[in-house]
Design a protein around this ligand. Structure first.
Ligand SMILES: [Zn+2]
Length: 162
């Protein structure tokens, strides 16, 4: 099922997502729907809050196809901070340069409730950092300095009013 994507400034995007205690049938269905939605919207990642579910679940496009992680947590970051342009399905038509660590290590649980550990670099590491930010209520516009943030928020507000 295609899910509706929550757009900025929906308050759910600012909330911290809650831990998932059990992989229920409902969570598995949500995982399927998130993958379907991510693919249809041409996204490379999608987090629970973006589809109105304030829970720690993310879908990502990996080199082996789409994957879903439950309760993901970045345990290590390394390498240079790299500045690269990013978009977000919750901020249509906004592209911002964001600094991210080159590599990350992530701890999570998969849909079979098995603990998994992922170590990755480059573009995928960037996606994981972007999506786990969503679980903490952080959007790419929150990465801007105050002045640029005020300017952009004004622009987005005008667009919503129109
Ligand atoms: Zn996003």
């Amino acid at each position: 099922m295609l899910l509706e994507i929550k757009k900025y400034p929906d308050p759910i995007l600012k909330k911290r997502a809650g831990e998932i205690k059990e992989i229920t049938q409902e969570i598995k269905q949500l995982a399927d729907d998130m993958i379907e939605t991510m693919i249809k919207k041409d996204g490379v990642g999608l987090a629970g809050p973006q589809v109105g579910i304030s829970k720690k679940i993310i879908a990502v496009q990996t080199e082996n196809g789409p994957a879903v992680l439950i309760n993901p947590r970045i345990t290590k970051k390394w390498g240079k901070k790299i500045l690269m342009e990013e978009g977000c399905l919750s901020l249509p038509d906004v592209w911002l340069k964001v600094k991210r660590a080159e590599g990350v290590e992530i701890e999570a649980v998969n849909l079979n409730n098995e603990k998994i550990n992922i170590k990755t670099e480059g573009f995928l590491a960037r996606i994981y950092q972007h999506e786990t930010d969503h679980l903490r209520g952080i959007l790419i516009i929150d990465k801007l300095n105050l002045w640029r943030k005020i300017k952009l928020k004004k622009k987005l507000k005008n667009r919503v009013v129109k």
